[in-house]
Design a protein around this ligand. Structure first.
Ligand code: RP5
Length: 165
């Protein structure tokens, strides 16, 4: 899956079983009109392809990479090891440990190779996209304005919340 123009954000995930969660990152990028690409890139099943993707990322113009994986979630850290493009890690809920294994695998990067780690699941995926958008907003005033408006709309929605009587 990819947009027509040159992608600025790469979304990768360890399996198509991660899609239910990772689609929330893709949907947010679409909402903001961010050119992106999305694909399966498995750390343990596609290690050579993973390194090739990471090594080419900066030269291809990617400004951020969102990497989601579950279980022993090596993908974000191993991509980060091979590129200076900011990597946003999304812990995908796992079958047996509910994603706590994914979270700890991603968040506990040793000093020197950062991975920005987000919440387990859908909120993490959406927020990883918002963080990527914030990076783009640093040099794109129109994107910055969209992000400001997004916050304004959330403020209005929260103020309009009504509790049961
Ligand atoms: C990880 O293993 C993937 O990121 C996924 O969360 C998990 C299970 O993968 P499948 O067995 O569903 O392909 O690599």
């Amino acid at each position: 899956m990819s947009e027509q123009v040159r992608p600025l954000v790469g979304v990768v995930m360890g399996s198509n079983s991660d899609w239910d969660v990772m689609q929330h990152a893709v949907n947010m990028l679409k909402d903001f009109g961010v050119p992106f690409e999305a694909q399966v890139l498995s750390a343990h099943r596609m290690p050579d392809e993973m390194f090739a993707y990471a090594q080419a990322a900066r030269g291809r113009g990617l400004r951020a990479i969102i990497a989601g994986a579950g279980g022993a979630a090596h993908l974000p850290g191993m991509i980060a090891a091979k590129t200076i493009v900011p990597v946003h890690g999304v812990p995908v809920p796992s079958k047996y440990l509910r994603g706590e294994d994914s979270l700890l695998s991603i968040v506990q990067m040793p000093k020197g190779v950062p991975v920005s780690t987000f919440a387990i699941g859908e909120a993490g995926a959406a927020n990883a996209a918002l963080a990527a958008i914030a990076i783009l907003a640093g040099t794109d005033e129109a994107m910055a304005e969209k992000l400001e408006q997004f916050r304004v709309s959330q403020n209005a929605a929260a103020k309009a919340m009504v509790l049961p009587q």
